[in-house]
Design a binder for this molecule. Structure first.
Ligand SMILES: [Zn+2]
Ligand SMILES: [Zn+2]
Length: 458
């Protein structure tokens, strides 16, 4: 088997992996870098330019996993594309939104290659996406495969517990098994249920490492963290603050909306207006429409009806009056310049009355990472085109990651005891902690950090 990590660095960037099993050539995910632009935002497709890709398997519809799928299809027009039905639904909305964002960026940052693809291209390509259920063996040709067909390469999706539609992917072929975790969570969130991954022995494990540099804090529990958030919100609302919570439009928005719904039901918080962005509202609609067809908690909760958030857009986020006692769940989670969370943060950051609460992962070099690092009393430039600002508002951090703790990743690896473990999707320090720990604790496994762009024989 051959494997190439197509990200440009050891990082959570434009995630995409090339896999060759026997004569089958595949891609796992085709992401776009959440922070970089232009060529730097794309996977390194050039390293596999001469290969004929047969199939593209998508783990989930976050930008860093699906954002360049139309480009991959342009390069490899014969490739079949497989994903779950919710991933297809969310993915199509996300890619159309991405065309709009790139069209705007063409003006704003002068990136003349943007938009990298068109609405029509997405529509045409998405008609050919094959939607697959979880827990079903499917041949790489797209047919339901019988268990005894030993020679055909098959894949099977398993619930990854990360966001709506997310999966890990098990490949079986030539007597070997390969499992790609995608982005995974082994714990329950408010809506998402913990991953249901295979527990059979696996030969090669390709594993994400997002939280590899964060130890689970002593005494941390999700319930305790929810209480802490409810108390912090209560204090801020009492102070008549605007509370900004930067969130990913897909996943974290719906999780926090569900949490706020529960806080109100438990009478931990009074009624107060909640705002989300337009893209987030589209994803929330999809969560609501799929309450009965997905494995989840709170199966009767329709967020748009019960929580009834107001919707902000690119214009209103700039000029909506700053009225206190409101919560703004705005994307992007990393506060990328010109996004709703970035624009809104710049409006409230200098006023000690207001609050910004962080609830998930942010690249340390992203504006959210920089603001977190600066903290109250520091200074930060959230947008390189604008002057830097003193941070006077209240800044607090909460841990509601949609990713597995490093401890649970290690436990999973131990359970399936692979011959080889390939570590991906992590900042260098995170990947290094995972490498050192796994090498130490799994004497029977070879642990590898694949150098980006370099083909590996496993
Ligand atoms: Zn993700
Ligand atoms: Zn990811």
């Amino acid at each position: 088997m051959k494997f190439t990590n197509l990200t440009r660095q050891t990082e959570i960037g434009a995630n995409s992996y090339y896999l060759e099993i026997g004569r089958n050539r595949l891609l796992l995910d085709c992401g776009m870098h959440p922070k970089n632009t232009g060529e730097d935002a794309l996977p390194n497709f050039k390293t596999i330019a001469d290969r004929d890709i047969e199939a593209v398997l998508m783990s989930h519809a976050h930008q860093d996993h699906i954002g360049t799928l139309p480009l991959a299809i342009r390069r490899f027009p014969g490739a079949r594309v497989f994903m779950t039905e919710p991933t297809a639904e969310v993915g199509s909305v996300l890619l159309h939104n991405s065309v709009n964002v790139m069209t705007r960026q063409r003006e704003e940052i002068g990136e003349l290659s943007y938009p990298l693809f068109t609405h029509r291209e997405i529509d045409r390509a998405s008609e050919r996406w094959r939607k697959c259920p979880t827990r079903q063996r499917i041949s790489i040709a797209g047919e339901r495969a019988a268990q005894r067909e030993k020679d055909t390469l098959t894949f099977e999706f398993f619930d990854a517990g990360h966001v709506l539609g997310s999966t890990g992917i098990l490949l079986r072929g030539e007597g070997h098994t390969v499992f790609y975790t995608g982005d995974v969570n082994f714990d329950d969130q408010t809506i998402m249920q913990a991953a249901g991954f295979p527990d059979e022995r696996i030969d090669v494990l390709i594993m994400e490492c997002t939280r590899g540099d964060h130890a689970k804090p002593q005494g941390w529990s999700r319930h305790g963290e929810e209480q802490r958030l409810a108390e912090a919100l209560s204090a801020a609302l009492e102070r008549d603050a605007c509370v900004l919570i930067p969130v990913f439009a897909l996943g974290k928005t719906q999780e926090i909306l569900a949490m706020l719904y529960q806080f109100r039901r438990q009478r931990l918080l009074p009624e107060f207006p909640i705002y989300i962005g337009g893209l987030s509202s589209k994803f929330t609609d999809i969560y609501d429409r799929r309450t009965h067809s997905t494995r989840r908690q709170l199966p009767r909760l329709k967020l748009m009806r019960e929580v009834a958030p107001f919707i902000l857009n690119d214009e209103t986020v700039r000029d909506t009056p700053l009225r206190g006692g409101r919560v703004y769940l705005l994307s992007s989670g990393m506060m990328i310049p010109k996004t709703l969370s970035n624009v809104f943060a710049r409006r409230i950051i200098e006023n000690p009355q207001h609050s910004i609460f962080f609830v998930g992962y942010a690249n340390p070099e992203s504006p959210a990472g920089l603001l977190r690092e600066a903290g109250q009393g520091g200074e930060v430039a959230l947008d390189p085109d604008k002057p830097s600002q003193p941070v006077r508002c209240d800044i607090e951090q909460f841990q509601f990651s949609a990713h597995a703790t490093r401890e649970s990743l290690v436990d999973f690896a131990k359970k399936i005891s692979p011959k080889e473990i390939l570590l991906v999707h992590g900042d260098p320090r995170a990947v290094e902690w995972m490498r050192a720990t796994l090498s130490n604790e799994l004497s029977g496994s070879e642990v590898i950090v694949p150098t980006p762009g370099v083909e590996l024989e496993v």
